[in-house]
Design a protein around this ligand. Structure first.
Ligand SMILES: O=C(c1ccc(-c2ccco2)nc1O)N(Cc1ccccn1)C1CC1
Length: 399
Protein backbone atom coordinates (compact mmCIF):
# COMPACT_ATOMS: atom_id res chain seq x y z
CA UNK A 1 0.00 0.00 0.00
CA UNK A 2 1.44 3.38 -0.81
CA UNK A 3 0.03 4.70 2.39
CA UNK A 4 3.14 3.70 4.33
CA UNK A 5 2.49 4.27 8.01
CA UNK A 6 6.08 5.23 8.72
CA UNK A 7 7.36 8.58 7.54
CA UNK A 8 10.64 7.05 6.46
CA UNK A 9 10.71 5.15 3.21
CA UNK A 10 13.70 3.00 2.31
CA UNK A 11 14.84 4.45 -0.94
CA UNK A 12 17.27 2.13 -2.72
CA UNK A 13 19.24 4.09 -5.25
CA UNK A 14 22.16 3.05 -7.41
CA UNK A 15 24.75 5.54 -6.31
CA UNK A 16 27.51 6.50 -8.72
CA UNK A 17 30.95 7.73 -7.74
CA UNK A 18 32.58 9.75 -10.52
CA UNK A 19 36.14 8.23 -10.33
CA UNK A 20 37.32 10.06 -13.46
CA UNK A 21 35.54 12.17 -16.10
CA UNK A 22 35.16 9.20 -18.41
CA UNK A 23 34.59 6.47 -15.86
CA UNK A 24 31.62 5.80 -13.67
CA UNK A 25 32.06 3.23 -10.97
CA UNK A 26 28.57 1.83 -10.44
CA UNK A 27 27.85 0.52 -7.00
CA UNK A 28 24.65 0.05 -5.17
CA UNK A 29 24.14 2.23 -2.13
CA UNK A 30 21.19 2.26 0.17
CA UNK A 31 19.98 5.27 1.99
CA UNK A 32 17.08 5.78 4.36
CA UNK A 33 15.59 9.19 3.85
CA UNK A 34 12.99 10.73 6.09
CA UNK A 35 10.04 11.84 3.96
CA UNK A 36 7.72 14.24 5.72
CA UNK A 37 4.41 12.46 6.34
CA UNK A 38 1.99 13.04 3.49
CA UNK A 39 4.72 13.93 0.98
CA UNK A 40 4.58 12.31 -2.43
CA UNK A 41 7.32 9.69 -2.78
CA UNK A 42 10.07 10.10 -5.43
CA UNK A 43 10.52 7.35 -7.94
CA UNK A 44 13.97 5.80 -7.51
CA UNK A 45 14.37 4.22 -10.94
CA UNK A 46 13.38 7.45 -12.69
CA UNK A 47 16.00 9.37 -10.69
CA UNK A 48 18.68 6.83 -11.59
CA UNK A 49 17.88 7.03 -15.30
CA UNK A 50 17.89 10.83 -15.16
CA UNK A 51 21.37 10.77 -13.53
CA UNK A 52 22.72 8.49 -16.22
CA UNK A 53 21.22 10.57 -18.98
CA UNK A 54 22.83 13.63 -17.37
CA UNK A 55 26.26 11.96 -17.46
CA UNK A 56 25.70 10.27 -20.83
CA UNK A 57 28.17 12.73 -22.39
CA UNK A 58 30.80 11.21 -20.08
CA UNK A 59 30.14 7.79 -21.55
CA UNK A 60 27.68 6.61 -18.89
CA UNK A 61 25.39 3.81 -20.00
CA UNK A 62 22.11 3.16 -18.25
CA UNK A 63 22.48 -0.18 -16.45
CA UNK A 64 19.87 -2.65 -17.62
CA UNK A 65 18.29 -3.06 -14.17
CA UNK A 66 17.71 0.69 -13.78
CA UNK A 67 16.43 0.97 -17.33
CA UNK A 68 14.17 -1.99 -16.77
CA UNK A 69 12.98 -0.58 -13.47
CA UNK A 70 12.48 2.85 -15.04
CA UNK A 71 10.63 1.23 -17.89
CA UNK A 72 8.38 -0.20 -15.22
CA UNK A 73 7.13 3.34 -14.53
CA UNK A 74 3.89 2.95 -16.44
CA UNK A 75 0.57 4.70 -17.02
CA UNK A 76 -2.29 4.30 -19.47
CA UNK A 77 -5.93 4.92 -20.38
CA UNK A 78 -8.71 2.55 -21.41
CA UNK A 79 -12.18 3.20 -22.85
CA UNK A 80 -15.29 2.66 -20.72
CA UNK A 81 -18.12 1.75 -23.09
CA UNK A 82 -21.69 2.11 -21.79
CA UNK A 83 -24.34 -0.57 -22.10
CA UNK A 84 -27.90 0.46 -22.94
CA UNK A 85 -29.18 3.15 -20.49
CA UNK A 86 -25.65 3.25 -19.01
CA UNK A 87 -26.62 0.15 -16.96
CA UNK A 88 -22.89 -0.56 -16.68
CA UNK A 89 -19.66 0.31 -18.49
CA UNK A 90 -17.39 -2.29 -20.10
CA UNK A 91 -13.64 -1.87 -20.66
CA UNK A 92 -11.49 -4.03 -23.01
CA UNK A 93 -8.83 -5.93 -21.06
CA UNK A 94 -6.18 -8.38 -22.31
CA UNK A 95 -6.19 -11.48 -20.06
CA UNK A 96 -3.55 -14.03 -21.02
CA UNK A 97 -3.52 -12.42 -24.49
CA UNK A 98 -7.30 -12.71 -24.91
CA UNK A 99 -9.48 -9.56 -25.00
CA UNK A 100 -12.44 -9.58 -22.62
CA UNK A 101 -14.83 -6.71 -21.86
CA UNK A 102 -14.85 -6.26 -18.08
CA UNK A 103 -16.98 -4.19 -15.70
CA UNK A 104 -14.51 -2.09 -13.63
CA UNK A 105 -15.98 -2.07 -10.13
CA UNK A 106 -14.67 0.18 -7.34
CA UNK A 107 -17.21 -1.59 -5.07
CA UNK A 108 -15.53 -5.00 -5.16
CA UNK A 109 -12.00 -6.44 -5.21
CA UNK A 110 -12.08 -9.59 -7.36
CA UNK A 111 -10.93 -9.82 -10.98
CA UNK A 112 -13.09 -12.65 -12.27
CA UNK A 113 -13.82 -13.74 -15.83
CA UNK A 114 -16.00 -16.04 -17.86
CA UNK A 115 -13.71 -18.87 -18.91
CA UNK A 116 -13.38 -22.22 -20.61
CA UNK A 117 -14.06 -23.69 -17.17
CA UNK A 118 -17.48 -21.95 -17.02
CA UNK A 119 -20.27 -24.34 -18.05
CA UNK A 120 -21.28 -23.50 -21.63
CA UNK A 121 -24.92 -23.36 -20.48
CA UNK A 122 -23.90 -20.37 -18.34
CA UNK A 123 -21.38 -18.72 -20.69
CA UNK A 124 -22.91 -18.77 -24.19
CA UNK A 125 -22.39 -15.39 -25.86
CA UNK A 126 -19.52 -14.36 -23.57
CA UNK A 127 -15.81 -14.06 -24.43
CA UNK A 128 -14.11 -16.69 -22.33
CA UNK A 129 -10.60 -16.73 -20.82
CA UNK A 130 -8.64 -19.90 -21.63
CA UNK A 131 -6.09 -20.47 -18.85
CA UNK A 132 -4.39 -23.19 -20.90
CA UNK A 133 -2.74 -20.59 -23.14
CA UNK A 134 -0.52 -18.90 -20.55
CA UNK A 135 -2.20 -19.25 -17.16
CA UNK A 136 -0.64 -20.93 -14.12
CA UNK A 137 -3.14 -22.68 -11.86
CA UNK A 138 -2.96 -21.59 -8.21
CA UNK A 139 -3.68 -25.07 -6.96
CA UNK A 140 -6.33 -25.29 -4.25
CA UNK A 141 -7.28 -21.59 -4.49
CA UNK A 142 -10.99 -20.71 -4.68
CA UNK A 143 -13.16 -17.61 -4.79
CA UNK A 144 -16.85 -16.91 -4.17
CA UNK A 145 -18.55 -13.50 -4.26
CA UNK A 146 -22.11 -12.28 -3.86
CA UNK A 147 -23.23 -8.79 -4.81
CA UNK A 148 -25.85 -6.48 -3.38
CA UNK A 149 -28.29 -7.11 -6.22
CA UNK A 150 -28.32 -10.84 -5.39
CA UNK A 151 -25.99 -11.80 -8.25
CA UNK A 152 -22.81 -13.76 -7.69
CA UNK A 153 -20.12 -16.06 -9.05
CA UNK A 154 -17.43 -18.48 -7.87
CA UNK A 155 -14.54 -20.52 -9.21
CA UNK A 156 -10.83 -21.24 -9.35
CA UNK A 157 -7.73 -19.04 -9.61
CA UNK A 158 -4.87 -18.67 -12.13
CA UNK A 159 -1.92 -16.30 -12.43
CA UNK A 160 -1.59 -14.67 -15.82
CA UNK A 161 -0.63 -11.46 -17.65
CA UNK A 162 -3.30 -8.75 -17.58
CA UNK A 163 -3.02 -5.53 -19.63
CA UNK A 164 -5.32 -2.50 -19.19
CA UNK A 165 -4.72 0.47 -21.50
CA UNK A 166 -1.10 -0.61 -21.92
CA UNK A 167 -0.53 -0.94 -18.16
CA UNK A 168 0.77 -4.47 -17.57
CA UNK A 169 0.45 -6.76 -14.56
CA UNK A 170 2.81 -9.58 -15.47
CA UNK A 171 1.33 -11.96 -12.88
CA UNK A 172 -2.20 -11.04 -11.81
CA UNK A 173 -4.64 -13.31 -9.97
CA UNK A 174 -7.28 -14.13 -12.59
CA UNK A 175 -10.37 -15.70 -11.02
CA UNK A 176 -11.96 -18.09 -13.53
CA UNK A 177 -15.68 -18.67 -12.98
CA UNK A 178 -16.90 -22.25 -12.65
CA UNK A 179 -20.34 -20.93 -11.75
CA UNK A 180 -22.13 -17.60 -12.41
CA UNK A 181 -25.66 -16.41 -11.52
CA UNK A 182 -28.32 -15.85 -14.15
CA UNK A 183 -27.90 -12.05 -14.12
CA UNK A 184 -24.31 -12.48 -15.38
CA UNK A 185 -25.20 -15.20 -17.91
CA UNK A 186 -27.89 -12.95 -19.38
CA UNK A 187 -25.68 -9.86 -19.74
CA UNK A 188 -23.65 -11.01 -22.77
CA UNK A 189 -21.84 -7.64 -22.99
CA UNK A 190 -20.12 -8.48 -19.72
CA UNK A 191 -17.23 -11.00 -19.68
CA UNK A 192 -16.41 -10.46 -16.01
CA UNK A 193 -15.47 -7.91 -13.37
CA UNK A 194 -12.24 -6.07 -12.53
CA UNK A 195 -12.44 -5.05 -8.89
CA UNK A 196 -10.93 -1.71 -7.83
CA UNK A 197 -11.97 -1.62 -4.16
CA UNK A 198 -9.35 -2.40 -1.51
CA UNK A 199 -7.77 -5.84 -1.63
CA UNK A 200 -8.90 -6.41 1.99
CA UNK A 201 -12.27 -7.60 0.61
CA UNK A 202 -10.89 -9.88 -2.08
CA UNK A 203 -12.63 -13.26 -1.65
CA UNK A 204 -9.84 -15.67 -2.70
CA UNK A 205 -8.92 -18.37 -0.16
CA UNK A 206 -6.60 -19.70 1.29
CA UNK A 207 -4.59 -16.54 0.42
CA UNK A 208 -6.31 -13.24 -0.42
CA UNK A 209 -5.11 -11.77 -3.78
CA UNK A 210 -4.44 -8.17 -4.84
CA UNK A 211 -6.61 -6.19 -7.24
CA UNK A 212 -5.16 -5.19 -10.60
CA UNK A 213 -4.57 -1.68 -9.21
CA UNK A 214 -2.77 -2.98 -6.11
CA UNK A 215 -0.68 -5.31 -8.30
CA UNK A 216 0.57 -2.55 -10.65
CA UNK A 217 0.55 0.32 -8.13
CA UNK A 218 4.31 0.20 -7.33
CA UNK A 219 5.07 0.55 -11.05
CA UNK A 220 2.66 3.40 -11.79
CA UNK A 221 3.95 6.93 -12.39
CA UNK A 222 1.50 7.98 -9.63
CA UNK A 223 -0.31 5.51 -7.34
CA UNK A 224 -3.81 6.49 -8.43
CA UNK A 225 -6.51 5.89 -11.03
CA UNK A 226 -9.08 8.31 -12.41
CA UNK A 227 -12.58 7.72 -13.76
CA UNK A 228 -14.36 9.67 -16.49
CA UNK A 229 -17.77 8.04 -17.06
CA UNK A 230 -20.17 9.75 -19.45
CA UNK A 231 -23.93 9.68 -20.20
CA UNK A 232 -24.66 7.63 -23.30
CA UNK A 233 -21.15 7.64 -24.74
CA UNK A 234 -17.71 6.19 -24.07
CA UNK A 235 -15.72 7.52 -21.14
CA UNK A 236 -12.41 6.21 -19.83
CA UNK A 237 -10.25 5.15 -16.88
CA UNK A 238 -6.70 6.50 -16.43
CA UNK A 239 -4.13 4.51 -14.44
CA UNK A 240 -1.06 6.29 -13.05
CA UNK A 241 -2.01 9.84 -14.05
CA UNK A 242 -4.70 12.51 -13.99
CA UNK A 243 -5.81 13.80 -17.41
CA UNK A 244 -6.28 17.55 -16.92
CA UNK A 245 -8.29 17.77 -20.17
CA UNK A 246 -11.08 15.72 -18.56
CA UNK A 247 -12.22 18.25 -15.99
CA UNK A 248 -12.78 21.94 -15.43
CA UNK A 249 -11.85 23.99 -12.38
CA UNK A 250 -9.99 22.34 -9.52
CA UNK A 251 -10.10 18.92 -7.90
CA UNK A 252 -11.67 18.79 -4.43
CA UNK A 253 -10.27 16.00 -2.26
CA UNK A 254 -12.04 14.30 0.63
CA UNK A 255 -10.76 11.70 3.09
CA UNK A 256 -11.48 7.99 2.70
CA UNK A 257 -12.07 5.26 5.29
CA UNK A 258 -10.90 1.84 4.10
CA UNK A 259 -12.43 0.06 7.14
CA UNK A 260 -15.05 -1.76 5.03
CA UNK A 261 -12.82 -2.23 1.98
CA UNK A 262 -14.68 0.41 -0.03
CA UNK A 263 -13.77 3.93 -1.19
CA UNK A 264 -15.87 5.31 1.66
CA UNK A 265 -16.33 9.01 2.33
CA UNK A 266 -18.74 11.45 4.01
CA UNK A 267 -21.05 13.51 1.84
CA UNK A 268 -22.42 16.84 3.08
CA UNK A 269 -25.36 19.04 2.24
CA UNK A 270 -27.66 18.65 -0.74
CA UNK A 271 -30.33 20.60 -2.59
CA UNK A 272 -32.85 19.89 -5.32
CA UNK A 273 -33.25 22.01 -8.44
CA UNK A 274 -31.30 25.10 -9.45
CA UNK A 275 -30.60 26.46 -5.97
CA UNK A 276 -27.06 25.43 -5.06
CA UNK A 277 -27.43 26.50 -1.45
CA UNK A 278 -27.76 23.08 0.13
CA UNK A 279 -30.71 22.42 2.45
CA UNK A 280 -30.52 19.05 4.21
CA UNK A 281 -27.45 16.86 4.66
CA UNK A 282 -26.68 13.33 3.56
CA UNK A 283 -26.44 11.16 6.66
CA UNK A 284 -24.34 8.04 7.01
CA UNK A 285 -21.35 6.63 5.18
CA UNK A 286 -21.17 6.90 1.40
CA UNK A 287 -19.09 4.93 -1.11
CA UNK A 288 -17.94 5.72 -4.66
CA UNK A 289 -18.94 2.63 -6.65
CA UNK A 290 -18.44 2.46 -10.42
CA UNK A 291 -20.03 -1.01 -10.39
CA UNK A 292 -23.40 0.26 -9.16
CA UNK A 293 -25.67 1.87 -11.75
CA UNK A 294 -27.72 4.25 -9.62
CA UNK A 295 -27.35 6.82 -6.81
CA UNK A 296 -28.64 5.38 -3.50
CA UNK A 297 -29.30 8.01 -0.80
CA UNK A 298 -31.07 8.21 2.59
CA UNK A 299 -34.88 7.95 2.51
CA UNK A 300 -35.36 11.56 3.63
CA UNK A 301 -33.22 12.87 0.75
CA UNK A 302 -34.98 10.67 -1.83
CA UNK A 303 -38.41 11.75 -0.60
CA UNK A 304 -37.37 15.43 -0.76
CA UNK A 305 -36.12 14.92 -4.32
CA UNK A 306 -39.22 13.20 -5.74
CA UNK A 307 -41.52 15.66 -3.93
CA UNK A 308 -40.38 18.04 -6.70
CA UNK A 309 -41.46 15.62 -9.48
CA UNK A 310 -45.21 15.63 -10.14
CA UNK A 311 -46.60 12.13 -10.48
CA UNK A 312 -43.57 10.51 -8.89
CA UNK A 313 -44.27 7.66 -6.48
CA UNK A 314 -42.63 4.68 -4.80
CA UNK A 315 -43.79 1.68 -6.88
CA UNK A 316 -43.23 -1.56 -4.94
CA UNK A 317 -43.78 -3.67 -8.06
CA UNK A 318 -40.88 -1.83 -9.77
CA UNK A 319 -38.90 -1.76 -6.50
CA UNK A 320 -38.30 1.96 -6.51
CA UNK A 321 -39.45 5.48 -7.38
CA UNK A 322 -41.02 5.97 -10.81
CA UNK A 323 -42.51 9.00 -12.58
CA UNK A 324 -44.35 9.84 -15.83
CA UNK A 325 -42.33 9.67 -19.07
CA UNK A 326 -43.31 13.32 -19.71
CA UNK A 327 -41.54 14.50 -16.55
CA UNK A 328 -38.69 17.00 -16.57
CA UNK A 329 -36.51 16.18 -13.56
CA UNK A 330 -34.76 18.71 -11.31
CA UNK A 331 -30.99 18.70 -10.79
CA UNK A 332 -29.53 17.10 -7.66
CA UNK A 333 -26.76 19.11 -5.96
CA UNK A 334 -24.42 17.62 -3.33
CA UNK A 335 -21.61 19.19 -1.32
CA UNK A 336 -18.51 16.98 -1.07
CA UNK A 337 -15.39 18.36 0.61
CA UNK A 338 -16.75 21.89 0.41
CA UNK A 339 -17.58 21.91 -3.31
CA UNK A 340 -21.11 21.55 -4.68
CA UNK A 341 -21.40 19.03 -7.53
CA UNK A 342 -24.52 18.95 -9.72
CA UNK A 343 -26.12 15.85 -11.23
CA UNK A 344 -28.30 17.12 -14.10
CA UNK A 345 -31.97 16.09 -13.89
CA UNK A 346 -31.59 14.45 -17.31
CA UNK A 347 -29.14 11.96 -15.75
CA UNK A 348 -31.73 11.05 -13.09
CA UNK A 349 -34.39 10.35 -15.73
CA UNK A 350 -32.83 6.91 -15.93
CA UNK A 351 -34.77 4.40 -18.04
CA UNK A 352 -38.32 3.53 -19.17
CA UNK A 353 -40.13 0.68 -17.40
CA UNK A 354 -43.17 1.06 -19.70
CA UNK A 355 -44.45 3.38 -22.46
CA UNK A 356 -45.68 5.86 -19.84
CA UNK A 357 -43.29 5.44 -16.93
CA UNK A 358 -39.60 5.96 -16.12
CA UNK A 359 -37.50 4.54 -13.29
CA UNK A 360 -35.52 7.09 -11.27
CA UNK A 361 -31.72 7.26 -11.07
CA UNK A 362 -31.96 8.28 -7.40
CA UNK A 363 -33.25 5.54 -5.09
CA UNK A 364 -33.25 4.79 -1.36
CA UNK A 365 -30.20 3.36 0.41
CA UNK A 366 -32.41 2.12 3.28
CA UNK A 367 -31.44 -1.47 4.09
CA UNK A 368 -28.05 -1.30 2.30
CA UNK A 369 -26.09 0.06 5.28
CA UNK A 370 -24.46 2.94 3.38
CA UNK A 371 -25.18 5.38 0.57
CA UNK A 372 -23.86 4.43 -2.87
CA UNK A 373 -22.61 7.11 -5.27
CA UNK A 374 -22.88 4.96 -8.37
CA UNK A 375 -22.70 5.78 -12.08
CA UNK A 376 -25.59 8.30 -12.06
CA UNK A 377 -23.36 10.54 -9.90
CA UNK A 378 -19.98 9.51 -11.27
CA UNK A 379 -20.90 10.41 -14.87
CA UNK A 380 -21.31 14.02 -13.68
CA UNK A 381 -17.74 14.29 -12.34
CA UNK A 382 -14.11 13.31 -12.93
CA UNK A 383 -13.26 11.06 -9.96
CA UNK A 384 -9.74 10.40 -8.65
CA UNK A 385 -9.06 7.28 -6.56
CA UNK A 386 -5.80 8.42 -5.01
CA UNK A 387 -3.25 6.56 -2.87
CA UNK A 388 -0.42 9.05 -3.31
CA UNK A 389 -0.78 10.46 0.21
CA UNK A 390 -0.25 8.87 3.61
CA UNK A 391 -3.90 7.70 3.54
CA UNK A 392 -6.17 7.10 0.53
CA UNK A 393 -8.36 9.96 -0.65
CA UNK A 394 -11.05 10.64 -3.25
CA UNK A 395 -10.88 13.62 -5.58
CA UNK A 396 -13.82 15.06 -7.49
CA UNK A 397 -13.87 17.67 -10.23
CA UNK A 398 -16.61 18.94 -12.54
CA UNK A 399 -16.42 17.55 -16.09
O1 LIG B 1 -22.80 -5.16 -4.95
C1 LIG B 1 -22.06 -4.75 -4.10
C2 LIG B 1 -21.02 -5.59 -3.49
C3 LIG B 1 -19.74 -5.62 -3.97
C4 LIG B 1 -18.84 -6.48 -3.38
C5 LIG B 1 -19.25 -7.29 -2.34
C6 LIG B 1 -18.30 -8.21 -1.76
C7 LIG B 1 -18.57 -9.28 -0.95
C8 LIG B 1 -17.36 -9.83 -0.67
C9 LIG B 1 -16.40 -9.05 -1.28
O2 LIG B 1 -16.97 -8.05 -1.96
N1 LIG B 1 -20.52 -7.25 -1.86
C10 LIG B 1 -21.39 -6.40 -2.42
O3 LIG B 1 -22.69 -6.30 -2.00
N2 LIG B 1 -22.18 -3.49 -3.64
C11 LIG B 1 -23.19 -2.63 -4.18
C12 LIG B 1 -24.51 -2.90 -3.46
C13 LIG B 1 -25.63 -2.57 -4.12
C14 LIG B 1 -26.83 -2.80 -3.50
C15 LIG B 1 -26.86 -3.34 -2.24
C16 LIG B 1 -25.67 -3.68 -1.64
N3 LIG B 1 -24.50 -3.47 -2.27
C17 LIG B 1 -21.28 -3.02 -2.62
C18 LIG B 1 -20.35 -1.98 -3.10
C19 LIG B 1 -21.44 -1.74 -2.05
Amino acid sequence: MHGLTTAAALVATAGYVLAAPSALVPRKTFQVSQIAKGKVFINGPTQVVKTHQKYAKLGATVPSDAAAAAAAVQSGSVAANPEQYDESYLCPVSVGGQTLNLDFDTGSADLWVFSTVTPSSESTGHARYNPATSGTLKSGYKWDISYGDGSGASGTVYADKVVVGGVTATSQAVEAATSVSAQFTQDTDNDGLLGLAFSSINTVTPQQQTTFFDTVKPTLAKPLFAVDLKKGTAGSYQFGYIDSSKYTGSITYTSVSTANGFWQFTAGGYSVGTSTTTSGSISGASIADTGTTLLYLPDAVVKAYYAKVSGAKYDSTQGGYTFPSSSTLPNFNVNIGGTVFTVPGSYIKFAPVSSTTYFGGIQSSAGIGFNIFGDIFLKAVYAIFDESQSTPRLGFAKQ
